[in-house]
Design a protein around this ligand. Structure first.
Ligand SMILES: [Fe+2]
Length: 372
């Protein structure tokens, strides 16, 4: 285990991570960062010590590297209304907007390296797709050192996630059903869009990943998804706000869109937040994820609060995560600014008759960690 061996030595942390990314002498790398934006929570401010440690790790590995510091730009996580439309529709939950959009010289430099260390969080941006399209390995890092060390990835994690992805991938229509004792009972058709993994390291040219991570995800077919999700006490709204559900919330889904939101204060929060964007597409089902990281913890957000972006909660072992809104990461066209990440515990999930999760327990042998 990385953490037990090295604690939080950042140079060793990045060196071990870059070795997993299969960087080799003669490779080139760019570190990309952007200063924090006033008003957004802590982790949006990148750590300058990450830049220093990454430079040293690159040097030790014989990788030539440079650093691009982008100017800060606003990344609204709450809507700014201009008449009836939300300004900033090009961003998603505070992500997606990058200063790279107006900086073609920086983009052309980033497209010429083997590896981009992204401390500027380009997730959901067209520029991320462009870097990946130029065959770079892109690694997004936006968590503090402790989760990075504790959730340090492994090749076994990637293997198990790829096995999950295979069951959800594009090409064949499959029925994905989710139930729970709390009352969730929904069936979604999948297979129209590409599934994907985030395994915690980027070792394939032309692919991005996030460090740390540990989830496989897919997207509902257009117009598909009928039933209810019942968010239970202890489930969590990670995005757009870090809060555990305290009163059950029922989301009634029809033809792929949330049509009714019932419950107490938590339901009111979700309902009012979704309404505030004045965009019917925010009600659509987004990515549906399975978490397979054995060290990740659902209770981590109670410890970290906004000192973390909540990766633990998205990827804990046996997690089913309901995402809403955009499906561009799967190759879809729905690009909407509001995005919820709602990890749920104790769900059962079945894909085309195969039990994947049984009340939060991972069932198929090729997805399981030994002994769990
Ligand atoms: Fe998400």
């Amino acid at each position: 285990m990385y953490q037990a061996e090295h604690g939080y030595n950042l140079v060793k942390l990045f060196r071990a991570e870059f070795e997993l990314c299969k960087l080799k002498p003669g490779d080139t790398a760019a570190i990309m960062s952007s200063a924090s934006v006033p008003g957004l929570p802590g982790p949006w401010s990148y750590r300058k010590d990450y830049v220093d440690a990454a430079f040293q790790a690159f040097e030790e590995l014989g990788v030539a590297a440079f650093h691009i510091e982008l100017p800060p730009i606003p990344k609204p996580i709450l809507p700014i209304l201009d008449g009836q439309s939300a300004v900033g529709k090009n961003v998603t939950a505070g992500m997606g907007g990058t200063a790279l959009a107006g900086l073609r010289p920086a983009m052309s430099a980033l497209k010429q390296v083997n590896f981009v260390l992204d401390l500027a969080m380009t997730l959901f941006s067209p520029e991320l797709a462009e870097m990946v399209g130029a065959n770079a390995k892109v690694l997004i890092v936006c968590e503090p050192p402790e989760p990075c060390a504790r959730l340090f990835p492994s090749e076994d994690l990637k293997r198990r996630l790829l096995n999950a992805k295979r069951r959800m991938d594009k090409g064949k229509t499959r029925k994905f059903s989710v139930t729970s004792e709390a009352g969730t009972d929904i069936t979604i058709e999948i297979g129209q869009y590409s599934a994907a993994i985030e395994c915690g390291y980027a070792d394939d040219a032309g692919r991005w990943d996030a460090f740390p991570s540990g989830q496989a995800f897919c997207f509902a077919n257009d117009g598909s998804g009928d039933g209810v999700f019942v968010l239970n006490k202890g489930d969590q709204v990670v995005l757009p706000y870090m809060r555990y559900i305290e009163e059950p919330v029922t989301l009634v889904v029809k033809e792929g869109y949330i049509r009714e939101i019932k419950g107490g204060a938590d339901a009111q929060l979700i309902r009012d937040h979704l309404e505030s964007w004045h965009d019917p597409e925010v009600y659509a089902l987004g990515h549906q994820s399975l978490g397979l990281h054995p060290n990740a913890r659902w209770d981590a957000s109670a410890v970290y609060g906004w000192d973390s972006l909540g990766m633990d909660a998205r990827i804990f072992y046996g997690c089913y995560l309901l995402g809403t809104g955009p499906n561009t990461l799967g190759g879809g066209k729905r690009n909407t600014p509001c995005h919820f990440d709602i990890p749920m515990r104790n769900c059962s999930a079945v894909i085309d008759g195969e039990v994947i999760l049984d009340k939060g327990r991972v069932v198929p042998d090729d997805l399981r960690v030994q002994g769990r």
